[in-house]
Design a protein around this ligand. Structure first.
Ligand SMILES: Cc1cc2nc3c(=O)[nH]c(=O)nc-3n(C[C@H](O)[C@H](O)[C@H](O)COP(=O)(O)O)c2cc1C
Length: 190
């Protein structure tokens, strides 16, 4: 059942003005914003594919597992990813001019976890250089995109990177999925 809405509390202009100069009228965070726990639970129900976004700076790899990947446009070819501003890899990803996006196959759950985890992410990581931009791409992925960073936009606690796709390739296989905070498989129903 969807959560009950409280019409009297839903519009910004109805927020009471507290007189606190730090809290502007219309800034209804205090009483109207869902808790982080409620948000995380709801967001966890959205199941998606999994990507690993990698770059290279002065010879060293950087990057991480990202599920906030969205196709945006075919003409011109654009995708976006959202990178948490508190992520250790944020600054390197945002500073990059070119990146490699690997769309993971279902066999790659260990790599997805490794590239999100606290341990060493990059030693002996099985990757190849993309033919067009030379960006790092994971071996055994299902699809690969070589991208140029077209736009960077700080939004809330994330930065959205709008990415122009310069090369795309695919192999046969099944995708890795992530939902309800777990990795899983794609099952065809129709
Ligand atoms: C399946 C999966 C998807 C993720 N998707 C994103 C994402 O879209 N954006 C993001 O900023 N972090 C995402 N993360 C978290 C990062 O990969 C990483 O775990 C996080 O930045 C913590 O790493 P750090 O301690 O090096 O900062 C995801 C993690 C997992 C396991």
């Amino acid at each position: 059942m969807p959560p009950t809405r409280h019409p009297s509390k839903n519009t910004a202009h109805e927020a009471p003005h507290t007189g606190d100069p730090a809290k502007l009228p219309g800034d209804d965070r205090a009483h109207d914003e869902p808790s982080p726990a409620a948000l995380k639970s709801a967001f966890a129900q959205f199941t998606s594919g999994v990507t690993v976004v990698l770059g290279r700076h002065e010879g060293a790899l950087f990057g991480m597992t990202i599920s906030a990947f969205t196709t945006v446009s075919l003409h011109p070819p654009l995708v976006l990813v959202c990178v948490g501003r508190s992520a250790s890899q944020h600054d390197a990803l945002v500073a990059a001019d070119t990146l490699g996006i690997s769309i993971l196959a279902q066999t790659q759950h260990a790599e997805a976890a490794r590239l999100a985890g606290p341990g060493d992410r990059f030693t002996e990581l099985r990757h190849v250089a993309g033919a067009k931009r030379g960006v790092p791409l994971l071996e055994d992925a299902l699809a690969w995109l070589e991208v140029d960073v077209a736009e960077r936009r700080a939004v809330g606690d994330h930065t959205i990177l709008l990415l122009a796709v310069r090369a795309a390739s695919t192999r046969d296989g099944m995708p890795l999925l992530y939902g309800q905070r777990r990795f899983g498989r794609f099952e065809v129903l129709l």
